[in-house]
Structure formats: C-alpha cells, structure tokens
Design a protein around this ligand. Structure first.
Ligand code: REL
Ligand code: ZN
Length: 437
C-alpha cells in the first residue's frame, strides 16, 4: 500500500541520513586548547574562563533555558541579579527543579537535554542530577569530544572565533597553535566592524592600526591589514557577522559607515582570499538586557539588501541565514536568483521542529538539494547530539515525502541516490561553497 511504502521510504532515508556524517557549519564550540571550566578526570586543569563548555551544568544553563525558567519563576520572585549571582551549579539546580521536575520538559530546549542524555547512554528517567554530574566528571574532555561527535554523527565542528572577544583574542595571541585541533574549523567573526564602526575603529586604533572614525582610504587599508592578519592567524575557513534587522546595503553610493566598511574593506579582502562571508541577519540584541545573552530578540530583515550585495559583488560568496520566519519565503526566492548565495540552517528561534520542517520543505521545493539545511549553533559540546538528532529526523521526513512524489511520477529512488543527496545536504554543499567550486 502507499502508506507502508511511505513508511518504508522514511525509514530508509532516516537510516541513510543517520549514517551520513554532517559538517556542523556554525557553532560556538571550542576544543580543550581554549581552556575548559570543567576539567573532568583529565590532565588539564580547570580554567574558569575557558571557552570549551561541556557537561550537564552547562547544558542546563544554556541561555535558551535561562529565558524559559524566568517565565516560570519570574524576576518578581527571583530577581535577575540574584540569579546571575548564583553559581553555575545553583543555576542548573534551579532550572532542573522548575523546568524538568515541576513541569514537563516539552519545549525544544528542554527536550534537547533529554535526547542528549539518552543518546549518551544516560537514563533521563533517573532524574538524578548528581548521577549525571558524576558521569560527566569522569570524562576526559579530549576523548569526550570524539564520543560526542560520534553520537551526533558530526565529522567536523565549525567554531565562531570572535576577534573582538578579549578572552578569546588573548588565547590566539598567546598560543599560535591554539586552533590546531583538526576536529574544529576556525571562522573569523567581527560583528563590531559592521554593527558599531566608531567603537571598532577605536578598538583597532588601540591595537595599533591607524584607523579613524571617518574611513579614509588609509583607514580602509588598515582595516584590510587587520583582516588579513587575523584570517592568517586563525586560518579561517570563512568570515562571519551577525547583523540587526535594520541592516541595509544600498549599493556603491551608500554612505552608511557599515556599508562603506563592508564594500571597501571587508568584501575586497575576502574576495582576494577567496573566502565566503556569512551573514546572520535579524537579531535585536538586548531586548531585555537583564537576561544578558538570553535577552536577544528577532525582527524582520531586508532581503533586497542581500540581493544588492550578491549583484554588486559577483566575486564574493555569501552564506546567509535569517532569524525571522517572515523573511524565509522571500529569501528562498532570492537564492534562486544568485549562484553566489547559499542559504544555511534554521537559526536560533527557528530551530524548532515545526519551523525546521516548514523551512526545509519550502527550500527543497524551491531549491532542490542546493542548500545547507542545518547547523547546530551549539554553545555546549553535547548539544550537537540533540540538535542533529532532531534535525535529521525532520530532514528525513521531508526528503522521503519528496522522493515519494517523484517516484509516483516514475523516477526511481535507490539507496545510492539517497546517499548522494544526504551527503550534499549534510556536508558537500557547504564544503563546495566555501571552496568556491
Ligand atoms: O551567532 C550568533 O550570533 C547567535 O547564534 C548567538 O549569539 C546566539 O546567542 C546563539 O546561542 C543562538 O543559538
Ligand atoms: Zn551562533
């Protein structure tokens, strides 16, 4: 029957997607060389400001869950400042108590913790936070990364290396080999250059570049020097910025500072180095600053600015993801117009099953297999396990529906065909795009 044919097909596609290694093209994860606040059993000592976040306390204090716990225990009851003063462990206890024990953990971020525990071989039904803590404390960070990548079906993790983050910057300056772990690919991130040029200009001047608030030709040359030095130091595989919904690019005459820096300093340098530029647009930072990193929001971005960039810079390649659901159709149509535009992932507030399904279906219908459906955006290592498990399930469902449709039209689908498509979606489309092939 058609029904059992469909179920068989979905299982077949799911099986193949599960076996196909994914290149996680955007995360906030780091190898142990960047330090880790939780040392495990290992040789490496704990480093309170270390950037490699992992373990149950980090999973529970993910900023998605911080936002959710304030809905349940409002700041009228537990003031923001009191929450931020608690230790990581106390914050984790608080979140576990209120979001997991006293309510059902059905939000995507809560469910993610359960899937992660389960796939790492722990039993969520134990509800034993100290037991989980013990298990994590027994892991050696370096080996643990291999195990987690294996459980997630991820073969490479892409970092976000923010040159304006002092903690991270110092680590690159102190140790040129800090980024040498081949499981992790570096990405140079520089939001401040485009989001707040005056501040960036002062910062660069502090670091010894001859920059000024009005971007003269000399100043532009210095920004290019800065970018080249950091591209070389990090070995970045692409460069990235996140931008507010108000971001506009209006062509060669546009005098906005962000446009001038973008047009004259950033894009020519990236073209020279054959590097793609990732734009993540639509975040309103600090809608509720008292929630800190959990307090960012979303608004609609301007798709015509993206079209303008793709038109004006045929020598550059743009990977783009937009945070607002309302932008997705217009943006997917834009991707049909420009071969130097690669839509990627379902970003942040869109990384929920219903929206992933809607977006993936629409992208497949408009773009076939020529896009990069997901990235994890993980901030805590083990999150890649749930983010990829949940996404693979949805991608399999949508792909199986599409295969059923073409096979009804007489087009044969085989394991080999499914394997080829899975590899494109989870790995090769991104790899080839950043390579410029
Ligand atoms: O890369 C970004 O700008 C964002 O993805 C992050 O800032 C955000 O906080 C992240 O955790 C979302 O998933
Ligand atoms: Zn991110």
């Amino acid at each position: 029957t058609t029904d059992s044919y469909q179920t068989g097909l979905t299982n077949q596609v799911r099986g193949i997607l599960d076996e196909t290694p994914a290149w996680d093209l955007h995360t906030h994860l780091y190898p142990p060389t960047f330090g880790t606040p939780l040392s495990g059993t290992g040789q490496s000592a704990a480093d309170a400001n270390g950037l490699m976040l992992w373990g149950i306390d980090e999973l529970l204090t993910y900023h998605y869950l911080v936002a959710e716990v304030f809905r349940v225990v409002p700041s009228r009851v537990l003031p923001y400042a009191d929450f931020w003063q608690m230790s990581k462990r106390e914050q984790a206890d608080h979140i576990w108590q209120h979001l997991f024990l006293e309510r059902s953990p059905i939000s995507e971020a809560c469910r993610g913790v359960l899937t992660t525990l389960q796939r790492l071989g722990l039993d969520p039904a134990d509800k034993d936070l100290d037991g989980y803590r013990k298990w994590f404390a027994q892991q050696e960070p370096d080996d643990h990364i291999d195990r987690v990548m294996q459980a997630a079906g991820v073969c490479r993790i892409t970092m976000t290396n923010d040159v304006f983050d002092d903690n991270e910057r110092q680590r690159w300056l102190a140790d040129p080999t800090v980024g040498g772990d081949s499981r992790f690919a570096p990405v140079l991130r520089f939001d401040a250059l485009l989001c707040d040029w005056p501040a960036a200009a002062r910062q660069l001047a502090d670091w010894g570049y001859r920059t000024s608030e009005t971007p003269s030709p000399d100043c532009i040359a210095e920004v290019q020097r800065f970018l080249r030095e950091w591209i070389d130091r990090t070995g970045a595989i692409y460069c990235a910025v996140s931008l507010p919904p108000t971001f506009r690019f209006e062509g060669p005459e546009d005098t906005q500072l962000s446009s001038v820096i973008f047009r004259e300093a950033v894009l020519p340098t990236l073209a020279e180095r054959n590097l793609a530029m990732a734009l993540m647009i639509g975040v309103v930072r600090g809608v509720n600053p008292r929630l800190s990193i959990a307090g960012d929001g979303v608004e609609k971005a301007d798709v015509s600015s993206i079209c303008r960039l793709c038109t004006d810079f045929p020598q550059n390649r743009f990977m783009v993801t937009l945070l607002s659901r309302e932008n997705q159709h217009e943006f997917t149509v834009a991707a049909r117009k420009f071969d130097n535009l690669m839509p990627f992932g379902c970003w942040w507030f869109l990384n929920n099953p219903s929206l992933i399904e809607e977006m993936t279906r629409m992208r497949m219908e408009l773009l076939g297999t020529s896009f990069a459906p997901q990235h994890s955006d993980a901030r805590v290592l083990e999150q890649i396990v749930y983010k990829w498990a949940h996404s693979r399930e949805i991608i399999a469902k949508v792909l199986a529906d599409k295969y059923a449709e073409v096979s009804r039209a007489g087009w044969p689908i085989s394991d080999e065909v499914i394997r080829r498509d899975a590899k494109l979606l989870l790995h090769d489309n991104f790899q080839e795009f950043i390579a410029g092939r």
